[in-house]
Design a protein around this ligand. Structure first.
Ligand code: HEC
Length: 715
């Protein structure tokens, strides 16, 4: 029971999409202006110059291999790397941004979709763009108010804003050129992913499948912000045409893969395109990864038992029109939050007939298998699990998983790995075309899946249909912490996609480790959430250098060269889905820190400022109260409504206020002002009056204070 409990708690997150046709509201029209001379990035420059001296697109190149051709920093001198400069990002929330570097300027984003332009050589701030988000919308963000970065093209910087806007900024000044609303803002959509740009179009998806939306990816004109095409990933609830690029795909293959009843017909079905979007220049197609179903639970979503295209799929469409080309579904009938939104990398590998070169797409999605498929047709080539897994007996010849009966049956908890945080999440994977190795930031985070018995009777803002309170005891003890901790694992894996096997692996201390950068210097760089940023020998995994960046190092690093000197940059920050929902499980807890941009070079001598550890008063502000029934009810409603931000067992990650020691928990009136009246909604803590009765709110308070008194010495 406890085992299943804990897992239930370690997870969550994901993102997804929408329903109905979204308004494309224009906020500011673009003025007539001459062609850009600054950040004059076009397709050719991305094709020929990126991931060399500059880093012009999210994944480095269109193939998104995150492999730099720079060799100045190499196995011989990497040990001499030191800090060249650092810059404070004004947030203690999650930072996931890959730096883009063009014309000597670095563009990064931080929480709340704020964009920073910095001098890439010195770190000097050039401008900051604050999109003025109504912070009460943070409740829609499953996985913290993060942002993974910008795209740069034709003198403009493009950013997806957490509230669903897509904005174009003048690359030189940061001035807003245009802004469009890409989602129905009455629905729980978010944007956390980086836009991609190709041939005058900026591509953007969205998230929200934990709360209930219908997913899609759209292309907008880079000049005007006018929508060019949209591809929905789940059929219209009536299976009627939307008048969008995806209509044909649903007629051909999509509609028959859904029944006619179930929550998908009212709540959107999920399938958000919240991260991976790549451009296949050989076939002139956009290939994107699609997220989980909404609600997660398949039976509730669609009782017909059908595959539910294009959930958990890789989909290819024509880059100009968005017209469907092919798809490959990694997890038919997804019921575990197994998104296929993870990094998609394109490469040419000797996997054709008689070892001929074949263009492939590679992905290590949440479900734990590493897939190699044909980039031209979507045909399955091969796949193998890269972490231990217990949900499938294996894959059939077409790559379809043979799902175990235990994993399918959610009437009793099944302790399963991977869990919903995945064997691999958003942390970018890399690929070395020199060694033909993919580098996966892999993890083992099991969870028990069981149907939420209150799904019909008690509303929640999160809407997964899965019981997050299953088996959780009302008391939290050091033994439970130890047990939970022992289930959380992470490693860097070098995977041979030709032989379909692991080449080497480096074990880390915990999960949720950083994205990877590969370089022609024979190195791979990766950070860990505990703050170590390291370089490994790309061929062997031997650790050659490490530095403590004193905050979570989870984002994708970048490298570039200015005035003959090579630099390596990582953006850091504690926060994000894992810190919020499992941050307490760190042995040496990473305190809530201000995120940073940290740039290294050979011989760099700057010191990072020491982390200011917060001195916390661990005294509960009030006596505990409540009957066993009240406390149990509080646990259930806490787990369904609060855990994703305030931590399971009320174990805070240090990012948000710790409810156990809060003034608000000790005073019913203050509690009601926050929980009922929404007194702190401007800071991202909204009212829960729409989902919790007064009695349930008070029961949650009883549970919180009970935790405060039962657990004073364990944090
Ligand atoms: C989407 C994330 C999120 C969820 C879900 C959430 N909170 Fe919060 N909560 C916050 C944030 C952010 C703050 C800090 C607000 C501020 O800085 O004023 C906060 C603050 C609070 C505070 C004030 C604490 C203090 O000392 O300042 C209380 C009480 C609280 N939350 C209770 C709850 C309860 C109970 C639930 C579940 C019913 C819940 N929260 C769910 C994000 C969340």
């Amino acid at each position: 029971m406890i085992r299943s409990a804990l897992l239930a708690t370690t997870a969550m997150f994901l993102l997804t999409a929408c329903t109905g046709s979204a308004p494309d509201t224009k906020e500011a029209a673009s003025a007539e202006k001459p062609a850009a001379t600054f950040a004059a990035v076009d397709d050719n420059r991305i094709k020929t110059a990126s991931a060399g001296e500059e880093w012009l697109s999210y994944g480095g190149t269109y193939d998104e291999q995150r492999h730099s051709t720079l060799t100045q920093i190499n196995k011989e001198n990497v040990g001499e790397l030191g800090v060249a400069w650092s810059y404070d990002l004004a947030t203690n929330r999650g930072v996931e941004s890959t730096p883009i570097v063009v014309d000597g300027v670095m563009y990064v984003t931080s929480a709340w979709s704020i964009v920073y332009a910095l001098d890439a050589k010195t770190g000097e701030e050039l401008w900051v763009h604050e999109p003025d988000v109504d912070r009460s919308m943070a409740i829609k963000a499953c996985c913290d108010v993060v942002n993974r970065g910008v795209a740069v093209y034709d003198g403009k910087v493009f950013v997806g804003v957490i509230d669903g806007r897509l904005q174009a900024l003048d690359a030189k000044t940061g001035k807003l050129e245009w802004s469009v609303v890409t989602v129905d803002q009455d629905k729980p959509y978010t944007i956390t992913g980086a836009p991609r740009v190709v041939d005058g179009k900026v591509l953007i998806g969205n998230g929200g499948a934990e709360l209930g939306v219908r997913g899609y990816v759209s292309a907008y004109d880079t000049d005007t912000g006018k929508k060019v095409w949209r591809f929905y990933t789940v059929p219209n609830p009536n299976k009627q045409p939307d008048g969008e690029a995806s209509d044909d795909a649903f007629v051909k293959v999509g509609n028959v893969s859904w029944g006619d009843t179930g929550k998908w017909t009212t709540e959107g079905g999920g399938g958000t395109v919240w991260d991976s979007i790549v451009y296949d220049e050989v076939n002139d197609r956009v290939i994107f990864g699609v997220g989980n179903g909404s609600p997660w639970n398949w039976e509730r979503r669609d009782p017909s038992g059908k595959d539910n295209l294009f959930l958990s799929s890789i989909v290819a469409v024509d880059a100009d029109t968005g017209e469907y080309a092919w798809h490959f579904q990694t997890t038919p009938g997804d019921t575990w939050d197994y998104t296929a939104t993870q990094t998609i990398i394109l490469a040419d590998l000797p996997l054709g007939e008689n070892g001929a070169s074949r263009r492939v797409a590679m992905q290590a999605p949440k479900n734990g298998f590493f897939y190699v498929i044909d980039a031209g047709t979507g045909e399955f080539i091969h796949a193998k699990n890269f972490v231990p897994q217990n949900w499938a007996e294996g894959l059939d010849e077409s790559g379809r998983p043979i799902v175990t009966a235990e994993a399918r049956d959610q009437s009793v908890p099944h302790f399963q790995t991977p869990g919903p945080l995945g064997a691999h999440n958003w942390h970018p994977m890399a690929f070395s075309p020199e060694l033909n190795l993919a580098y996966i930031p892999a993890q083992e985070l099991p969870q028990a899946y069981v149907v939420d018995p209150l799904a019909e009777s008690s509303p929640t803002k999160w809407n997964t249909g899965v019981d997050f309170a299953a088996g959780i005891p009302t008391e939290f003890t050091p033994e439970i912490r130890k047990m939970v901790r022992s289930t959380l694992k992470g490693r860097l894996i070098a995977w041979d996609p030709i032989k379909n096997e692991e080449r080497w692996a480096v074990e880390h201390n915990n999960a949720w480790n950083g994205g990877v950068l590969s370089t022609a210097g024979g190195l791979v760089f990766q950070g860990q959430l505990e703050g170590e940023f390291a370089a490994y020998d790309a061929a062997t995994g031997e650790k050659l250098w490490a530095s403590d960046v004193r905050s979570g190092a989870a984002s994708g690093p970048g490298t570039f060269m200015i005035d003959g000197e090579q630099y390596v940059t990582i953006t850091t920050g504690w926060g994000s889905a894992y810190a919020l929902s499992a941050g307490y499980a760190y042995d040496q807890k990473v305190e809530s820190t201000v995120g940073k941009v940290v740039t290294f070079k050979v011989g760099g001598e700057k010191e990072l400022p020491p982390v200011q550890m917060v001195q916390r008063d661990l005294t509960p502000k009030a006596a505990s109260f409540g009957t066993a029934e009240q406390i149990q009810s509080g646990l259930v409603h806490y787990s369904r409504n609060c855990m994703v931000c305030h931590g399971p067992f009320v174990q805070s990650s240090g990012v948000l206020p710790d409810l156990r020691w809060s003034e608000y928990s000790g005073d019913k009136e203050l509690w009601d002002e926050v929980l009922h009246d929404g007194a702190l909604q401007e800071n991202g803590m909204v009212s829960f009056a729409d989902v919790l009765s007064d009695e349930e709110m008070e029961n949650v308070r009883a549970y919180v204070l009970n935790q405060a008194h039962s657990d004073v010495n364990t944090n």
